[in-house]
Design a protein around this ligand. Structure first.
Ligand code: HSE
Length: 383
């Protein structure tokens, strides 16, 4: 089968390397930004070389970004080419349109590598939705931020130092705010939830909290009470309604999420006959992500079709969620929560409080107000 790779960065290089000496797959073109970036004769600067080449059966998009990849994917589908992508940003932004286009043109649009790196997560979801209902998904969907929390707990070093390390290891997005402000996880939760609930969820409704204000003193405070912090995503459906959130979350030290180390991801689904399925693996990095891309390409080659459904209509409902929080802030920031606190204390310059159960609307209002009073405000949900 002839393929064209779009992008020769961290993932693209891994995919090309994994197909060296593989007679099943012929890489006909590699789209690059400049020819110095790639020493191979098949490198090109012009997407038209690929779109106009009728012998290309499958386009493999690994560029990142939204607008240009969207154009490339759309044009490829319109010309009857299968597409494999690792790009969660473009899929979350144009999910319904691109999947509908693929169906209309009788080609595959596969996206295993867009969520969970090397974990066969999308595959597991699609397998389970064939024979019943997935009603909840949750987990750790970002390698960079798990690396940061894990290393802050393990080595007791500051956030900025460990973020730089994660970037140099090739886990982080080029724009770090995608990782540390939760947008990357929000997109992955959108894709996973839409597949799980056979619908198209509105990710802008998800409750989203940044992790960028975490301080080493907060980590030490959580440990004093036996907790570890993880950047955790949850979504669930109840009676035709759904809820979703992406928030730093505290887990007791012996629980599974607290033990997920380095850049690993943890993906969990709840199914009406299977029960709970948990998968742990490398969520970021060249070879794990390339592995997922290669699996998709081989599925196209072997003519194994994936069937993503979108027919269910669900509405978003904020009132489905109640959570307790641990607040890390200034004296003024903590005052905002005063009527809802069950315990508070001061450690050095930082003020800490533990809330009673809060409905989501109240929680978001209080968090907004406190963030205006203290620009180092941080909270974590307590599980
Ligand atoms: N920046 C992402 C992460 C890459 O750290 O998980 C994989 O999606």
């Amino acid at each position: 089968m002839n393929i064209a790779c779009l992008g020769y960065g961290v993932v693209g290089k891994g995919v090309v390397e994994m197909f060296t000496n593989d007679s099943r797959i012929n890489i006909k073109h590699i789209l690059v930004r400049n020819l110095e970036e790639c020493p191979l004769a098949v490198a090109t600067l012009d997407i038209q070389d690929i779109l106009n080449d009728e012998s290309v059966d499958c386009v493999v998009e690994m560029m990142g970004g939204i607008d240009f990849p969207y154009h490339c994917i759309k044009e490829s589908l319109l010309r009857g080419k299968h597409v494999v992508t690792s790009n969660k940003a473009v899929m979350a932004a144009h999910y319904e349109e691109l999947l509908t286009l693929a169906k209309e043109h009788h080609v595959q649009l596969r996206l295993e590598a867009s969520v969970g790196g090397g974990i066969p997560w999308i595959h597991s979801l699609l397998q389970q939705v064939r024979i019943g209902n997935v009603y909840r998904i949750e987990g750790i969907f970002n390698g960079t931020t798990n690396y940061i929390f894990d290393q802050m707990h393990t080595r007791h070093e500051e956030y900025s130092k460990i973020l730089k390390e994660a970037q140099s290891l090739g886990y982080a997005e080029s724009d770090p705010s995608s990782d540390v402000d939760g947008y990357d996880i929000q997109r992955k939760l959108m894709i996973s939830s839409s597949i799980a609930y056979k619908t198209v969820v509105d990710m802008t409704k998800f409750t989203l909290a940044s992790m960028r204000n975490i301080q080493l003193s907060d980590i030490l405070y959580f440990e004093k009470y036996g907790f570890r912090c993880r950047y955790f995503a949850t979504s669930f459906v109840e009676d035709g309604k759904y809820f979703g959130s992406v928030e730093p979350t505290l887990f007791e030290q012996t629980t599974q999420p607290a033990c997920v180390s380095v850049n690993h991801n943890l993906t969990i689904l709840y199914h009406d006959t299977l029960g709970v399925l948990q998968l742990v693996g490398q969520g970021a990095g060249r070879y794990p992500t390339a592995n997922a891309v290669v699996q998709d390409i081989l599925d196209v080659y072997e003519e194994k079709w994936s069937n993503i459904q979108m027919e269910k209509e669900l509405t978003y409902d904020d009132s489905l969620s109640n959570t307790r929080l641990c607040i890390c802030t200034s004296e003024e920031g903590l005052d905002v929560f005063d009527a809802y606190l069950v315990r508070k204390e001061q450690v050095g310059h930082r003020y800490y409080g533990w809330t009673m159960d809060l409905d989501n609307e109240t929680k978001c209002q209080l968090v907004n107000e406190a963030s205006k009073k203290d620009n180092s405000f941080f909270y974590a949900v307590v599980r």
